[in-house]
Design a protein around this ligand. Sequence first.
Ligand code: UD1
Ligand code: M6R
Length: 686
Amino acid sequence: MCGIFGYVNFLVDKSRGEIIDTLIDGLQRLEYRGYDSSGIAIDGDKKGETLIVKCPGKVKALKEEIERLGVERSTIFDSHAGIAHTRWATHGQPMVSNCHPHRSDPDAEFVVVHNGIITNYRELKTLLLSKGHIFESETDTECIAKLFKHIYDTNLKAGFELDFNELIKQVLYELEGSYGLLVKSKHYPGEVVGTRKGSPLLVGVKTDKKLKVDFVDVEFTDQQDFSTSFNQDLMGHDNLRTSQSRAFLADDGLPMPAEFFLSSDPASVIQHTKKVLFLEDDDIAHIYDGELHIHRAKKNAGDSTIRQIQTLEMELNEIMKGPYKHFMQKEIFEQPESTFNTMRGRIDFENFNINLGGLKSFINSIKRSRRIIMIACGTSYHSCLATRSIIEELCELPVVVELASDFLDRKSPVFRDDTCIFVSQSGETADSMLALQYCLDRGALTVGIVNSVGSSMSRQTHCGVHINAGPEIGVASTKAYTSQYIALVMVALSLSNDSISKQQRHREIINGLKKIPEQIKQVLNLEDKIKQLCNDHLNDQKSLLLLGRGYQHATALEGALKIKEISYMHSEGVLAGELKHGVLALVDGQLPIIAFATRDSLFPKVLNAINQVVSRDGRPIVICNEGDDVLSNNEALATLHVPNTVDCLQGLLNVIPVQLISYWLAVNRGIDVDFPRNLAKSVTVE
Ligand code: UD1
Ligand code: M6R
């Protein structure tokens, strides 16, 4: 995931070398979040010159690049602002031109680092191109840098020399999407503005003397005389500034030496200072002359008028995982957000439209194909199984789902008029990559559904969809599954977008998708109940069965894989219809069984299977919809209620309890959840 770091020193002498080291160190503390390139922007030797160094690869490579360029290290700056970034590609592959910081023009009048996605960047880019700006990257971020210059120049021409925070307010007015943002400019030397919307940003403050205050006032634009603040002729720069709160003055009223550390993650600030202020969405932090000001465009009723400066007492390791004990748990709990990010900018919920930029020009070719072959491994294979039926239903094409290794072993026939969809979190899995090569060699159209932008699969497929779930660190795949699932449903929807007869179904599914992030949040509330269930009934078991049919067969298989993989307990996902053909022999009063009995057309058949279990003394754990009590308390070991959604989306909610069960089983058994034995996150061997 992208990371932001900024460092501002005021009346504290620092050599350029020390500033670089602080920025590099800040970036290294963000490395654990996953990234593919990095960069910094600092002051150059000449007045107003900005030096940008950036490169793909590790932060170490950036450090080497700075050395290779022979960047002078000894110049002393008593005041300076530097910004830095680790990038996890979303727009454009990891290459120098796409790395941050991005500049407004060859003179780098404005430089920007950004986390998040600007959803209207295409419109902005078109506008800025028409005004003569020349773009150097494929990123959405670059339009922010250009917009700064454009608005700055326009104001200047009109005779307004804006304060940095007034300028950013005008820029933000034009931006849609999510962002954590830092901006530095030669027009505002030694200053930084930063803001956030849906992406975290905090400011650490370090002073020699104890801070006199533990809060900063919020300055609301609509309470200022905005007309005069715009006009420097009427109201001098200094006038405007002195009228606002000055949090960091010494007793004698003079500015005191101060250092500021801006970051998307406290992990990179904590070694410098424990005094931090977390920005809220739409806050603008403006740092200059040793002062930190927080601005907001508008005051709504109930808005707090201050931001607390908190003292962080956390250890580094705790910060990286937030309130969670493991990355896997963090990733399970990130799913309301990650599923939302998969849909962001791609579904128009009002007009029921789907726009997958990466598939647009291939939709007709896919529709004309003779069949769809979905190919993947492990959890990614399960997301194919989970969505196969809705793809068949909406696209009216035969769909086969293949495990990559088996597909290759069989040398399965592939033709030029086949569309092969490859699904992978890492985009590097060897079996899937070999299968991709096999299909490319045979002339099939290949589509990737991939999390890692710039991965081999994302590059080598003809087209595809990035699922935008953010980096997944835990070996057990959780949030990638739900995002792959949603991406595949979106593919099915876009392949059938113009079918009148499917319109009603489309609307039903799109309405369902809209609610999914919120519904996942509700399911996550089951964690305490699940912990209890594991303690009371599952910790000491040797084996566990999961029963599901129709859409829930994939959920049963995925649940079983999670349980095996991290708790080392034998577990099997069984198609409920197959129970009577053999598996029933295992059922007795001891074997724990999880049965998925949420409402869809197969619900009566699932009830039959559950009754077969109960009549053999089995006491299943039932996962069903709220309001349904499929079995009495005596018959069921436990009932876990999940919200109801459209049949083809129900698996997105049903999988959450089994992710949590596998997690707590593993924790209770003392297993290193994020790194289970014998397994690797990315399986790059055959
Ligand atoms: C773009 C942004 C995305 C943003 C969205 C809406 C990029 C890389 N992505 O997504 O972050 O949410 O606009 O604003 O700019 N591709 C493959 N194989 C794959 C995956 C992708 O070839 O496995 C190709 C696609 O065909 C496309 C490009 O990579 O040409 C980017 O794909 P994707 O990120 O899904 O495109 P958008 O949906 O336009
Ligand atoms: O990166 P991929 O999605 O291609 O990985 C495929 C499997 O190796 C992966 O899903 C594996 O099964 C997970 N560890 C399961 O949690």
